[in-house]
Design a binder for this molecule. Structure first.
Ligand SMILES: C[S@@+](CC[C@H](N)C(=O)[O-])C[C@H]1O[C@@H](n2cnc3c(N)ncnc32)[C@H](O)[C@@H]1O
Length: 367
């Protein structure tokens, strides 16, 4: 029988390390911080833990996590790959994820990526030295294919040029199906802002049950990348922003612009809206104030929320449990947070009412 893993690995955005440590100190006080690098952390697990490969770490800032079996060391990719296979010997793993810790903070250039390692080269070496015929299928390590939920994945993280972290996890939700929790998304050339990526990632991560034609409002919609992501999925979107929307978004027949601040929009205008997104460059408390005003109004029935909370200071990360509790207090019983790959110093909170019930006093409206 394979030994119980003694360490946990976590990868996160560069800068979020302290936030990860804070979350784990709160949720898992018995985990002890061990080796770390920017964007990569490990924790020593308690001796007799009973954690499974798909346990929920309950962390907003951990982009990916799993059990660490140790570090492969070597001065060539072939030595590293051979070591990696030795470390997973005896474990029944079906897929392979290879990725590297982030080379820089979001928005910084990727120039330092090659100083950490070459993911393609590493993947090829792992394949070359694979001792198991059953793991040589073409798609076992294909980073463009999500791992089916329930399968066990060998994780190989390029930490330094001569050091790979080797571990495993069991795929159970959208992010854990992709290497490093990074789903392959490409900004379409017609997108008017990078917020397209953020919205698309949020929709895939949250797995909201949204039908074509669903009505959305977005507070902080200009210039319009995230509205475009919704429109492309066939949604109707009301964008609320005092700033100018891009002409391409304004011209879309399913888009309406209310050129005002959220506070100045009459509540009745939300009566037919079922989904609300907010992406304002203001403190989290202000975003929550603006959203609360709307969703708690007796004539408004919003089923789900996607909120971007800007952390102008990383210390605000400690307030996340309170922010999430506040959202729950509005009647959203399924609430989770994640620092998305396309988030900068901010996080996404997804909230849903399940099942969805309109407020008893409200007049019926379509949706
Ligand atoms: C990060 S940008 C939004 C990007 C946008 N989601 C996109 O897809 O391109 C933030 C926007 O929030 C808007 N904003 C700030 N305070 C607001 C308020 N109280 N009501 C509505 N919009 C607001 C700003 O005018 C700005 O355009």
């Amino acid at each position: 029988m394979s030994e119980r893993p003694r360490f946990l690995f976590v990868t996160c955005q560069i800068g979020a390390e302290r936030a990860v440590k804070g979350e784990l100190a709160r949720e898992w006080p018995e985990f002890r911080p061990a080796f770390s690098r920017p964007g990569f952390l490990t924790f020593k697990l308690p001796e007799n833990h009973h954690l499974y490969g798909d346990f929920d770490l309950r962390s907003v800032f951990a982009r990916s996590y799993g059990f660490s079996l140790g570090t492969a060391q070597g001065d060539t990719v072939d030595t590293l790959a051979r070591n990696a296979w030795e470390m997973v010997a005896g474990r029944s793993l079906q897929r392979i994820h290879v990725w590297q810790r982030d080379p820089g903070a979001p928005g910084e250039s990727d120039d330092t990526a090659s100083l950490i390692g070459n993911v393609e080269e590493a993947r090829a070496a792992i394949r070359r030295h694979c001792p198991r015929a059953d793991m040589l299928d073409a798609d076992v390590d294909d980073p463009r294919q999500p791992v089916p939920c329930g399968e066990f994945v060998m994780d190989c993280i390029l930490v330094d040029p001569e050091r790979w972290c080797v571990g495993f996890h069991r795929a159970k939700a959208v992010p854990s199906q992709w290497p490093g929790g990074i789903m392959p998304l490409e900004l379409p050339p017609q997108s008017v802002s990078r917020a397209w990526l953020k919205m698309e990632e949020a929709l895939r991560w949250s797995e909201f049950p949204i039908a074509k034609g669903a009505r959305w409002a977005e507070i902080g919609s200009a210039p319009g990348g995230s509205s475009q992501a919704l429109l492309q999925r066939g949604m109707e979107v009301v964008g609320i922003d005092p700033a100018e929307m891009d002409a391409a978004v304004l011209a879309h027949p399913q888009f309406t612009h209310i050129r005002r601040r959220a506070i100045a929009v009459r509540r009745r205008q939300f009566r037919k809206i079922r989904w609300l997104a907010a992406d304002m460059i203001v403190a989290p408390g202000c975003t929550l104030d603006a959203v609360e005003e709307i969703v708690t109004h007796r004539e408004v029935n919003i089923r789900g929320l996607l909120l971007t909370l800007k952390l102008s200071d990383w210390k605000l990360a400690d307030e996340l449990p309170q922010y999430i509790a506040r959202v729950r207090g509005w009647g959203y019983n399924v609430v989770s947070g994640r620092q998305l790959v396309h988030n900068r110093q901010e996080v996404c909170v997804a909230a849903q009412q399940q099942p969805f019930r309109r407020k008893p006093t409200s007049r019926r409206a379509g949706g």
